[in-house]
Design a protein around this ligand. Sequence first.
Ligand code: ZN
Length: 428
Amino acid sequence: MSFFDSFLDEVLQKEEGDDDGCPTSTPGSPTCTLEHLAEWLAGSTHSSSFSGVAAPETAVLGLHWAVQNRIPDRTIAPPRMLSMVEWNAECQAELDVLATGIKQDWCCCFSDISSFFRCELKEVIEQLKKKPSMALEVLSPIITSRQAVNRRAPCVRHGQNCFIETAQKHFCGTSCTAHSRQGKQLGLSDPNVLHLLAWAALRLEVQEQEITLENVEGFPTSVLERLLGSCYIIEDVVMDPRMYGFPVARARKYHRLRHKMAALAEVSPLSHFCKRFHRAVNWSWRELLFQHNFNHGVIQSEFEEELHWGSSRKLSMAHALQDAATEEEWDRRVEPLAQHYGWDRLSAAKDVVVSMGGPERQPFLAALNVTEIEMRRSYAISHPGQAWQLNQNPESGHGMASTDKWLHTFIHNVGLMLALTSVTSLTH
Ligand SMILES: [Zn+2]
């Protein structure tokens, strides 16, 4: 959470007349104050596409939390989330938890962005799915003449066709596999291009004041200029979370699109603005587990949630050792583990946990299962003082360890991360 505070410190430090501190769509005064930010946040509206688990929404709520903390004597209304687009059912469930938790029942969740394509294009779209390399050329003129999409589509939160409202700010992280070095490198010939085109067509219909699009460095900005350049001023900058104090290396190209008519024309260049927030990497898990700070009780404490999740697993040492006051209780709890792991391995793992003070002293260590405890011991020898991914075996060559400052990139399944040097700080 310290990023939000350092962000506030930086924007509030600015001298009058220096106009690059406030959010770029803020009309009026060039001077940025807490009151100004509070006013902007309370009136702001947001939407996202390819929403995942709501990273942009979480960031806006984090900023709201930080501003509210500095003005405790008044209540700042939360920013309004108008819609999300996400087709992964598990992510949809997470988005619903967030929208319900912040009491924004109006927020729509559209499932598939290509469901916004007009009915009359159905056959064309089916053909293009088979030949995605032609999609850009075939659909470009239809998109730029604004005949490609409707503004209604099935909404999973409301169980009906909903109208997609215009938010002030739109965020999206379009699929990157087509443009990343690790992907198939099909670029705009990848089948995913249809989703990108549906997204661009929808922007021309909805016309938010400001759009942020994130993708890998190889993403072709020219396609945005071709499809949206008539409406938007487009800038791009490569940013990496580690430039901003986060322990995560993930360089990405961010595009800022400002509406030529609806947004302020004069703001500082994006690259100049971003540099103001550079800071050294200095992290604890608090940089990553912070949602309980502003989620209005939906998550009581992310630390506790993580610990509870790990300890509740049937094969964790905590589960075996928990409440095993008598020998009979211990035998009853440990029997299934002994059968699963074999007694020797189990006994060795138990010795590790008990020798470190038992589950009470080392609750995060005790939350591990026998295999994870073994992995932890291997990592401690081969990669001391780092953060380890315990579902990868370091001895098999697939182990993942990060430096003491940077974690490896978080991807679809982050797995179970542990840093021995931070274990004690986790409980504070
Ligand atoms: Zn809806």
